[in-house]
Write a protein that binds this ligand. Structure first.
Ligand SMILES: [Zn+2]
Ligand SMILES: [Zn+2]
Length: 322
């Protein structure tokens, strides 16, 4: 009998107590404001940390390490925490999910990507989001076998020689096409893949691998300067330069794909109007956080993801979006 009297009383007490701890529902949390209006993710395929940012002389990436890092945030604790192969690494970056996806382009991502959700949220046309890659097999990043309504909002593609199944092309061609696409269509969300360091390493050509890293360094520097000369992209574009995976440690540079430090440890350089320029990030992060961060900067939701926005990269009192 006592329970019938005591329980409602207890419920009332806990309810009142918990209500007093909650913020009033009438004051919603303010979303952060960013000056960023465009995000470009540039992935350099298969560069080992020890051959790039982990080398204290930065001999293979002088432009990124000396000129660009001073304007951006460099992340020394950035990882591939899934399968250390090209397609799985890229899919983690674009969907925010770790998926054991086939590496040959024969399997589609199970989740819609940042491109799909961006278009669904904004109503932007397909030309507002692009996947531009040296490797044709990365055309799968624009597709998904998800049954989510977001799956209908695929981005535009320009991959490999002439799309999926037609082979790889040179990185200089990919950067040239990227500039043409940006100049013509003014997309707000773009992924670019450069493949040559990975290809040269698989061929067992150490000198070719180093040369390809140095070429990537020049291409990234040139591309950033091109963005800053373009009135549409200048001061409104965040560029995230990262990798899909590293390579085995020591003299086993030819291949990759396991969980060794060489394969997992990659890099992230963030440039743009909202970053804390000239700083180094300290909190360990991984590829799925790139998808979350992109959604945060462009103001759309990325449902059911594994990552979280890397808010620590950005100024807290950011230039308000006008
Ligand atoms: Zn590879
Ligand atoms: Zn390895």
């Amino acid at each position: 009998m006592i329970n019938f009297i005591v329980l409602p009383f207890l419920f009332l007490c806990t309810h009142l107590f918990s209500s007093s701890l909650q913020p009033p529902a009438s004051i919603p949390e303010q979303p952060r404001k960013y000056a960023t209006k465009n995000v470009v993710i540039l992935v350099i395929d298969g560069v080992r940390y020890s051959d790039s940012w982990g080398d204290p002389t930065f001999s293979n990436i002088p432009r990124m390490a000396k000129h660009l890092a001073a304007k951006g945030v460099f992340h020394p604790q950035f990882y591939n925490k899934g399968v250390t192969l090209t397609n799985p690494g890229h899919v983690a970056l674009t969907t925010g999910h770790h998926q054991m996806i086939e590496n040959d382009g024969s399997e589609l991502p199970g989740q819609p990507s940042i491109f799909h959700y961006y278009r669904q949220h904004t109503g932007a046309p397909a030309k507002a989001a692009w996947v531009i890659t040296s490797k044709d097999k990365l055309e799968i990043l624009a597709r998904t076998n998800s049954t989510s309504p977001a799956a209908a909002f695929a981005p535009s593609v320009n991959c490999g020689i002439k799309g999926l199944g037609t082979g790889y092309r040179d990185d200089t061609t990919t950067i040239r096409i990227s500039k043409q696409v940006l100049a013509r269509h003014k997309p707000k969300l773009v992924l670019i893949n450069l493949r040559e360091p990975d290809s040269e390493a698989h061929a067992g050509n150490w000198n070719g691998y180093i040369k390809a890293i140095r070429q990537s360094d020049r291409l990234v520097y040139d591309f950033w300067n091109w963005l800053q000369k373009n009135p549409h992209y200048k001061n409104t574009t965040t560029l995230l330069v990262t990798n899909d995976h590293g390579r085995h440690e020591g003299n086993r540079f030819e291949n990759h794909g396991d969980k060794c430090e060489g394969c997992r440890h990659i890099s992230l350089l963030a440039l743009g109007p909202d970053v804390k320029a000239g700083t180094r990030a300290t909190r360990e992060r991984s590829q799925v956080d790139v998808a979350a961060t992109t959604a945060e900067l462009l103001g759309f939701k990325l449902p059911n993801q594994e990552g979280e926005p890397m808010l620590e990269l950005f100024k807290t009192t950011s230039t308000a979006r006008k």
